[in-house]
Design a protein around this ligand. Structure first.
Ligand SMILES: [Zn+2]
Length: 445
């Protein structure tokens, strides 16, 4: 095994562990990339996974080497930490908006805007959201940030993921005159490995601004994340510059956007996004509700992952995303909670259970549904953020990955039943959260 090399090698080598190895054992260990292991264990050395296997094997290997180690005997199911592929932690203080009932995206966004304009401590609100997500088993978040105070909350909270700086309401002239420079200045002095850019949506930015944000993300070496196909009126907007969403943005003073001025592009939102360089393997989209077969094919062709947020969609009064079709056709999918301004909790497992129900009611009958959704909530989120390989690798219990786990109370008698229980349980089942090998949260009662 790999870990024997670092533990058993010469004391003079620089590869020897800096900290005492930690062995995490559990009745079930669910690596995601392979079958669940009964009475399994994960060995963590210096915050990374060094070995995964039956607890008896790992223990006897450690004894044979004669090294000292610490042990954590969990009583639940040990799985990779949940990777939330779409959220806005700073809106945690807007949970009252999320408790409303809405007739659609335009209705919800009017209610949202009224509360957003009130004074808020966005940094504190985002930190509160991070604490809630951590307690739910979340170890990485794709977090969209609209106000600077919330920009470094992920980093300071030692949560993995990317803080995507959101750009919206920019006309091309204004963007080129000052928006671009302001954005570079805002991001320029901060470490890039936890930052990204979020062109908000195809309807809230001028066409050339979205185009330029692809260029700027390349210049800065950061990833992108965009809302796409979320409103039922988005298609009318991009096709012909008409409909409720177009009227709303005209009322808000953006009638000079190229699409509104020129009567649309005769393209649906996903093909419009592709045509202006807004899709690709370096970005992922949120929602993807109003995506037909052609749209889904574009997402596959451009290797663009979609973060599905079913509970947020339901609160806002939107239609169901084509979950069964995404699964059947092999799109890259991840799972997001969205923010508390449109969902009842930041526990990703609530959305996983909702996706399970949607897929079955939409006719997805294959036996692999549980394992596909488990993968979406972990490795799928890692793929969406480009964190499934390299130094910041997360999303599965793979050798060399960062040691990010959740421990759920969803025990079951067989490997199949364990995965089914995780996927169907819903929210409220996390017992402990471990990030980079540190136990960051533990249920106390
Ligand atoms: Zn969102």
């Amino acid at each position: 095994m790999d870990f024997l090399n670092s533990l058993g090698s010469s004391p003079t080598t620089t590869d020897r562990p800096r900290t005492r190895p930690q062995l995490h054992t559990a009745p079930w260990v669910v690596p995601v990339t392979r079958e669940p292991i009964r009475d399994g264990a994960v060995l963590v050395i210096d915050g990374r996974i060094s070995a995964v296997g039956p607890a008896t094997e790992l223990t006897s290997d450690l004894r044979r080497i004669g090294t000292d180690w610490g042990e954590h005997a969990w009583e639940g199911v040990l799985m990779p930490g949940h990777v939330n592929a779409h959220s806005h932690l700073q809106y945690t203080c807007m949970a009252d908006v999320g408790r409303g009932v809405y007739a659609g995206f335009e209705d919800w966004s009017r209610a949202f805007q009224v509360v957003y304009e009130e004074p808020h401590d966005w940094g504190q609100s985002a930190a509160d959201g991070l604490a809630i997500a951590l307690a739910a088993g979340t170890t990485a978040i794709s977090d969209i940030v609209t106000d600077t105070e919330a920009l470094e909350v992920l980093k300071h909270g030692q949560m993995h993921g990317i803080a995507y700086w959101e750009l919206m309401s920019w006309l091309t002239d204004e963007w080129m005159t000052r928006g671009r420079t302001e954005t570079i200045t805002r991001l320029g002095t901060r470490p890039r490995d936890f930052l990204g850019l979020s062109p908000h949506a195809p309807y809230s930015l001028d066409t050339d601004v979205i185009r330029d944000l692809s260029t700027l993300s390349e210049e800065l070496g950061v990833r992108r994340h965009m809302h796409l196909a979320e409103s039922a009126w988005e298609a009318e907007y991009t096709l012909s510059g008409t409909g409720q969403l177009a009227d709303q943005w005209r009322t808000w003073g953006y009638g000079e956007f190229a699409l509104l001025r020129g009567g649309g592009t005769q393209q649906r939102p996903v093909s419009y996004a592709e045509s202006i360089g807004a899709l690709g393997p370096d970005c992922h989209i949120a929602h993807g509700i109003y995506a037909d077969a052609d749209d889904r094919a574009i997402l596959r062709r451009t290797h663009t992952a979609v973060a599905l947020c079913p509970r947020s969609n339901a609160v806002i009064g939107l239609d169901e995303a084509p979950v069964a079709a995404y699964l059947r056709e092999g799109n890259l999918i991840a799972v997001g909670t969205d923010s508390l301004s449109s969902t009842p909790s930041l526990d990703l497992m609530g959305d996983v259970a909702a996706l399970y129900t949607l897929a079955r009611t939409q006719g997805y009958a294959d036996a692999d549904l549980h394992s596909k959704l488990l993968r979406a909530a972990t490795l799928g989120g890692a793929v969406a953020m480009g964190m499934d390989s390299g130094e910041h690798r997360i999303g599965s219990l793979a050798l060399g990955a960062l040691a990010d786990f959740a421990v759920l109370d969803t025990l079951a008698p067989t490997a199949h039943d364990v995965v089914a229980a995780i996927v169907e349980a819903g929210d409220g089942h996390n017992q402990a959260t471990i990030i980079s090998g540190d136990i960051r949260w533990q249920r106390t009662n």
